[in-house]
Design a binder for this molecule. Sequence first.
Ligand code: ADP
Length: 258
Amino acid sequence: AEAELIRIQRFESLAMLAGGLSHDLRNLLQPLLLAGDSLQDYQHDPRLARLGELVRDCGRRGLEMVQSMLSFARGAHRAEQVKVQALIDALSLLLQGSVPRGITLDIEVSDPQLTFEGNHTELQQCLLNLCLNAIQAMPSGGILRVVTSKSLLDAEFFLEHEDAQPGEYVRLSVTDSGQGMTDEVRKRLFEPFFTTKEGGTGLGLLSCRRIVYSHGGAMRMDTILGEGTCFDLYIPLARPAIEASTLVDGDTSLHGNA
Ligand code: ADP
């Protein structure tokens, strides 16, 4: 299980890097293509027109490469029917070996029959990331609570999560009774490579967010310093189309406006 985890984590980082890179590259290439187009219109100077053609062709090839990198980054996302119960079963199996003494694992699945379209492996990785963070936030013990439920989200919720749509969601929630976060940490949570841990990657939450967004979902976090932290993932039961622009782009907010 450990080797498999490392493999998934590596792939996740790679997909994330590819996603972020292609997003930035696309933004660079677009004006280049436009410039090539304008140069091509210089009919009275064939040399400039040829230069324009060259710029445009290279730009177009670059854009194609970027596009395939984007689909690789999203290719991690194979849609299948995900069973909430199966997700939680797999998670508790993975956690069994990693929950230290002094931490009580409390799992509650309120709607075990619930299924939705998504990617089992990615969401499992996402939940595992949140649980490992939670465990690390409770060095002197506490309660790790994982709760899943069906959740009807209204327009009010989405005032804060503009990319998602009101409707039926499955809520996957991970709560710890750990140290909580300072304002500083809370602000920088989703910065790539931001970590307060020795040997931390600072990619865990970013990768989580990428996965949630690629499911058309939303993420919410509550934390109280000294009392604990709660992460809620909301995954839509009926999936809207995926937008490439919601891929990682260094945006540090909780919602996906790229
Ligand atoms: P890493 O775990 O490698 O540091 P993450 O992106 O998962 O990377 O987390 C970034 C930082 O957010 C952590 O270093 C930690 O400071 C903070 N953090 C994440 N989850 C929690 C939590 N449950 N309680 C307190 N702090 C947390």
